[in-house]
Design a protein around this ligand. Structure first.
Ligand code: GTP
Ligand code: MG
Length: 332
């Protein structure tokens, strides 16, 4: 049998110290900056390495060595295409919702769920943590989840319920969710900046930040703090994109909404975070309650290539599910 020849990286590096030009002291500085793995270095920009005392020229060569070690280079368009071809999809648990997303949540990009209190954002996050552990033939990614919780709403009991419903061993499922509570926005950023090793070691295929904006919103108050809030949010989101690309993971953030006092037409609410969050979230889904208790409406508000649309699902003891025919709201 003739095997297809695989493209091999020039040289495979395992540790930061293995890269040409990195000694123990530089490696230590890089780790302090949050670069613990070759993968995260491959996604860095030269400017990001500056605080480790690495000049632009050296930084560029370190980054390209890291990229070549991974067998990918993100410079050429054909390489970008290759990367795109590695995109995987994760099921939400609802066929209708998956259809809205053309098959599920994508790896390498950020999906944002926004909506009012009780609209189901955290419930969806819980469900995704279980689903990601399923094999690909059941819509999963055979991977673990990393859950950054800012509001202390993560519930292991809920995971157990959902896992049982899918016929998975709850004990095993719970062990594959790496949980971190973020106490402040700075702590939240710190957690993500230092997540690369955890992601690699545990085969994390889903990163969740629930909620992205709550700490930022309560800590940065008033117009004079808006610019620094946006700057931090921007940095945080970019870090998330880098991790999602480096490790081919799904990235999910949740976001609250604010009333739009001047809205005469259309939706009377809009998500927090302004242009920064809007532009760094690749796919945005607006969740709201339907008139019936457990039914929810998901609206795809923006996507790089999918059309806008709406689908409904429900939240039950089992988790996120499709609704039955008789539960479908009558449209007037
Ligand atoms: P905020 O974080 O407050 O903005 O809201 P959220 O959008 O995260 O809401 P969340 O996902 O927590 O949804 C809460 C809703 O999910 C509840 O109002 C219930 O309708 C439903 N829910 C939560 N837990 C359970 C459960 O164990 N069983 C059932 N049947 N429904 C649940
Ligand atoms: Mg929530």
């Amino acid at each position: 049998m003739i095997e297809k020849e695989e493209e091999k990286p020039l040289k495979k590096y395992e540790f930061l110290e293995d890269l040409p030009g990195i000694g123990p002291a530089t490696a230590q500085k890089l780790r302090e900056l949050g670069f613990h793995t070759i993968e995260s270095l491959a996604m860095a920009t030269a400017r990001e390495l500056e605080p480790a005392g690495i000049g632009e020229k050296k930084a560029t060569s370190i980054i390209s060595a890291a990229r070549s070690s991974m067998g990918v280079s993100f410079i050429r368009a054909d390489e970008l295409l290759k990367m795109r071809q590695n995109v995987l999809r994760l099921t939400t648990g609802s066929k209708a919702l998956d259809k809205l997303l053309d098959g599920g949540l994508e790896t390498q990009t950020i999906t944002e769920f926004y909506g009012e209190y009780g609209s189901g954002k955290s419930q969806l996050c819980h469900q995704l943590c279980v689903n990601v552990q399923l094999p690909p033939e059941r819509g999963g990614l055979n991977g673990a989840a990393l859950y950054i919780d800012t509001e202390n709403t993560f519930r292991t009991e809920r995971i157990v319920q959902m896992a049982r419903h899918l016929g998975l061993d709850p004990e095993h499922v719970v062990k594959n969710i790496i949980y971190a509570e973020a106490y402040t926005s700075d702590h939240q950023m710190f957690l993500l900046e230092n997540a690369d090793e955890v992601i690699k070691e545990n085969n994390v295929k889903l990163i969740i930040i629930d909620s992205l904006t709550s700490h930022f919103r309560s800590e940065y108050i008033g117009r004079e703090m808006l610019a620094s809030r946006q700057q931090k949010l921007n940095k945080h989101m970019h870090r998330l994109i880098r991790l999602a690309r480096a490790f081919n993971t799904v990235a999910v953030v949740t976001n609250q909404v604010m009333a739009k006092p001047d809205a005469f037409f259309g939706d009377a609410v809009h998500p927090i975070g302004g242009h920064i969050v809007a532009h760094t979230s690749h796919t945005r889904i607006y969740l709201r309650k339907a008139s019936r208790g457990r039914v929810r409406i998901a609206r795809l508000v923006s996507s790089p290539y999918l059309p806008e649309g709406e689908e409904i699902f429900k939240i039950t003891e089992n988790g996120i599910e499709d609704i039955s025919e008789d539960e479908k709201p009558r449209r007037s």
